[in-house]
Design a protein around this ligand. Structure first.
Ligand SMILES: Cc1cc2nc3c(=O)[nH]c(=O)nc-3n(C[C@H](O)[C@H](O)[C@H](O)COP(=O)(O)OP(=O)(O)OC[C@H]3O[C@@H](n4cnc5c(N)ncnc54)[C@H](O)[C@@H]3O)c2cc1C
Length: 625
C-alpha cells in the first residue's frame, strides 16, 4: 500500500481537472492530479474549437481570473474569428479552431512543469470521508492519498456506455476506458447520481472530401488572442473550415433508418444536449426542413499530425452502415471515408443542486465538483468551473473563506448559480440568453470584473497586475478626456464628419456626446481630437462601448445592485420552510430541496414566485428577531 498526503487532490485530467490542479498548486498548495490515462489530458472528444458566444466569454473570464485555457487556445489556434459582431457589443465573442494535440500538449506541459503539483496515472475508486469531511481518495492501484480537500472532475467517464446503433458497450469518450468504481461508491456516501447523454459526429478523412462544393472560411485578418496578456497574432496559415449542408438524400436515409436509432428504439432514455441535437433528433424535431447546415472542421493544419475532419452539426448514434450512407449523401462526399464513427454516450453525473456556489458539496465538507460531472457540456464550461473549484479547494485547504461569483460579475457566476440553484437534468450549455446582465458581462471588460479576484487569491503575478493597472489607467484617462473635452464646429472637423457620413456640428460638442452619434467611432474621434496616448484595439473598443452605452450600463448596474442586495440577505443553514405560513406547496418543496443560500437565490429557483420570496423575506425578519 502506498500512502501520500497533499493539500488538494484533483480527480480527472480533462479541462476542469487541469484548471483545478493548476489553480490549487499556483495558490501555494501541494496538489496531486490523478488521471485514469495521462495521455488523454485535456482531450477534446468533440469539436476542435474553443469559444463562441457565451463560451468565448467564459474563456476570457478564465484568463482574467488567472487560469490557463485562454493560453492553451492561443497556443493551438489554427484560425480565429469574432462571432456575433452584428448582434451587439455585449454578445460578440471569439471562437478559435484549434489543433487538438497542440491544445492538449500545452496543458500537459503546464501541469508537468508546475511547482508543487504531482501528476499521476491511476483511477480514484473511493472518496475517503471522516465524519462529514472529505479526507482523501483511494485508488485502483491500492494507494491512499490523504488530502485537506478533493476536487472531482471526472467528466463523462463515470458509468460511460457508448451506443453506435444497436451496438452498445462500456466506454469513456473516444474509446477511452470508463471509470465506474467511484460512481458505484459515491451513492454509498448519500450522494444522488443521475444519467445524461451526449453524441458526436463521425470523423472523416479530409483527403476523400471534394471541398470545392463547400464555402471556405479562413481566419480573421486581425491580430487576436484569447489571453488578456497574450501576444495577439494574425493567423494567416491558409487553414480553413468549410461550410456545407445536408441534402434531401441525407434526410431520406435518416427517415428509412430512424427505427435503428437507439434513441428512437427506446434503448436510451437519458436527455441529451438540447442545443446540440443529433441529426436524427433534428430530423424528428423539424420534419419540414430538407436541409441543415454542417461545417467540415479539420482537427489539425495542412501538415499536421492527422487528416481527421470533425463534421459540425452532424452528430449521430445511428448504426455504422447508416453513418457511411449518411456521410456519402453530403455534397462532395460521395467517396467519403469514416476514420472514427459517430456515437452516443450515456454517463453518470452528480446533480449540481448538491453543491454550494463555491462548488463544494453541501453535505461533505472539502469535496468539490467541477465540469461535466456537474451536468454541463463543453470544454469552456468545464474549465471555468474547474478553475473556481480549484481556487476554492485551495482556499478551504488554507482555512480561508471561499470565492463566490455573483450573476452580475461573470458568466461563470451565472453558470454556477444556475447549476446550484436550479439544477439541471439535461446537459447544460452556457448561452448568452441565460445571462440577464449581458451589457455588464462583456468580453472586453472581463479583466475589470474578475482580475482583482484572481490577484487576491494569488493567481495573477506582479508583472501581469502592473500591465493591467497601466491599461485601466489609460482607458480611464481617455474616458475622462472624452467627458471633459469638446469638439469645435470647425470646417475641417465638419469636412471629416461628412466624409464619414456623419451629420455636421454647429456648436461646441462634448466628445462623449459625439461618440453616441450614429456612425461615429472612437477611431474617428481619435482623428478629430487626438489623445496623448494612442489606445490599442481592445482599449479603443472598451472605451467606445463604455461611452456609447453609458446610460444603459448605468441602468443595468442599478438593477444588478438591487439583485445583489437580495443576494446579501442570507438564509440560515437548516432554515425550516414549514414555518413560513402561506408558501405555495411547490415553492415550499423546492426551497426545502435546493436550500438556497440567499433571498436572491431563492427567487431564481424555478417555480418559486416573487410573492413567496416576499413571504420568505418577512419570515426571515421574524426569525432573526
Ligand atoms: C461524445 C461527446 C460529444 C460532445 N459534444 C460536445 C459538443 O458538441 N459541444 C460541447 O461544447 N461539448 C461537447 N462535449 C463535451 C465536452 O467534451 C465535455 O463537456 C468536456 O470535455 C468536459 O470536461 P471535463 O474536464 O469535465 O471532463 P472530461 O474532459 O470528460 O475529462 C474527465 C477526466 O477525468 C478522468 N477520470 C474520470 N474518472 C476518473 C477516476 N475515477 N480517476 C481518475 N481519473 C478519472 C478522465 O481520464 C479524464 O481525464 C462532448 C463530449 C463527448 C464525450
Amino acid at each position: 500500500m502506498f500512502h501520500e498526503s497533499y493539500d488538494v487532490v484533483v480527480i480527472g485530467g480533462g479541462h476542469a481537472g487541469c484548471e483545478a490542479a493548476l489553480a490549487a498548486s499556483r495558490m501555494g498548495c501541494r496538489a496531486l492530479l490523478l488521471n485514469l490515462n495521462v495521455d488523454n489530458t485535456a482531450l477534446m472528444p468533440c469539436n476542435p474549437s474553443i469559444g463562441g458566444p457565451a463560451k468565448g466569454h467564459l474563456v476570457r473570464e478564465v484568463s482574467a481570473l488567472g487560469g490557463e485555457q485562454a493560453r492553451a487556445a492561443d497556443a493551438s489556434t489554427l484560425m480565429i474569428r469574432w462571432l456575433n459582431t452584428s448582434k451587439g457589443v455585449a454578445v460578440r465573442a471569439l471562437r478559435a479552431q484549434c489543433d487538438v494535440r497542440a491544445y492538449a500538449a500545452h496543458y500537459t506541459r503546464a501541469l508537468q512543469t508546475q511547482a508543487r503539483l504531482d501528476v499521476h496515472q491511476d483511477e480514484a475508486t473511493e472518496l475517503l470521508v471522516e465524519g462529514s469531511k472529505a479526507v482523501g481518495v483511494r485508488t485502483r492501484h491500492g494507494s491512499t492519498y490523504r488530502a485537506r480537500t478533493v476536487v472531482l472532475c471526472s467528466g463523462v467517464y463515470g458509468g460511460g456506455v457508448a451506443h453506435v446503433g444497436d451496438v452498445e458497450f462500456p466506454s469513456g469518450p473516444m474509446g477511452q476506458t470508463p471509470a465506474n468504481a467511484l460512481f458505484e461508491f459515491l451513492p454509498v456516501l448519500g450522494l444522488r447520481v443521475g444519467r445524461m447523454r451526449t453524441d458526436t459526429t463521425p470523423r472523416l478523412n479530409l483527403g476523400a472530401i471534394d471541398l470545392s462544393q463547400a464555402r471556405k472560411q479562413c481566419s480573421e485578418e486581425l491580430p487576436l488572442a484569447f489571453d488578456i496578456w497574450g501576444e495577439k497574432r494574425v493567423y494567416n496559415t491558409g487553414f480553413a473550415c468549410y461550410f456545407s449542408h445536408t441534402t434531401p438524400e441525407t434526410h431520406a436515409i435518416v427517415a428509412a433508418n430512424i427505427h435503428r436509432s437507439p434513441l428512437f428504439r427506446g434503448e436510451i432514455h437519458t436527455l441529451g444536449p438540447r442545443y446540440c441535437p443529433s441529426i436524427e433528433d433534428k430530423f424528428m424535431r423539424f420534419p419540414d426542413r430538407d436541409t441543415h447546415p454542417i461545417v467540415f472542421e479539420p482537427l489539425a493544419g495542412e501538415n499536421g499530425y492527422t487528416r481527421e475532419v470533425y463534421v459540425q452539426n452532424f452528430s449521430t448514434g445511428l448504426p455504422y452502415d447508416v453513418q457511411v450512407k449518411l456521410v456519402r449523401s453530403l455534397p462532395g462526399c460521395a467517396e467519403a471515408k469514416i476514420i472514427k464513427p459517430g456515437y452516443a454516450i450515456e454517463y453518470t453525473y452528480l446533480p449540481p443542486d448538491q453543491l454550494l456556489p463555491s462548488l463544494e458539496n453541501k453535505e461533505i465538507k472539502g469535496f468539490f465538483c467541477a465540469g461535466q460531472v456537474n451536468g454541463t457540456s463543453g470544454y469552456e464550461e468545464a474549465a471555468a468551473q474547474g478553475l473556481l473549484a480549484g481556487i476554492n479547494a485551495a482556499l478551504a485547504a488554507q482555512g480561508k473563506e471561499p470565492a463566490v461569483l455573483g450573476r452580475a460579475e461573470g458568466y461563470l457566476g451565472v453558470l454556477v448559480d444556475d447549476l446550484t440553484s436550479k439544477n439541471t437534468d439535461e446537459p447544460y450549455r452556457m448561452l448568452t440568453s441565460r445571462c440577464e446582465h449581458r451589457l455588464l458581462l462583456r468580453h472586453d471588460n472581463a479583466d475589470l470584473r474578475l482580475s482583482p479576484i484572481g490577484r487576491q487569491v494569488g493567481l495573477i503575478d506582479d508583472v501581469r497586475w502592473e500591465a493591467l493597472q497601466r491599461r485601466w489607467e489609460r482607458s480611464n484617462a481617455e474616458i475622462a478626456r472624452l467627458r471633459a473635452s469638446r469638439l469645435a464646429p470647425e470646417e475641417k472637423v465638419n469636412r471629416r464628419l461628412a466624409e464619414a457620413g456623419v451629420e455636421s456640428i454647429s456648436e461646441q460638442t462634448p466628445l462623449a456626446a459625439m461618440l453616441r452619434r450614429r456612425g461615429v467611432t472612437y477611431r474617428l474621434i481619435e482623428t478629430l481630437a487626438p489623445p496623448v496616448d494612442i489606445l490599442d484595439e481592445d482599449e479603443a473598443f472598451h472605451v467606445e462601448t463604455e461611452m456609447r452605452y453609458e446610460g444603459y450600463i448605468e441602468k443595468e448596474r442599478r438593477v444588478a445592485a438591487r439583485m445583489e442586495d437580495m443576494d446579501g440577505v442570507l438564509i440560515p443553514k437548516g432554515f425550516d420552510y414549514e414555518t413560513v405560513k402561506g408558501l405555495l406547496t411547490e415553492s415550499r418543496q423546492k426551497l426545502s430541496r435546493f436550500r438556497p443560500r440567499s433571498l436572491g437565490q431563492a427567487l431564481r429557483v424555478s417555480g418559486v414566485t416573487p410573492a413567496d420570496v416576499q413571504l420568505l423575506s418577512v419570515a426571515l425578519k421574524v426569525w432573526r428577531q
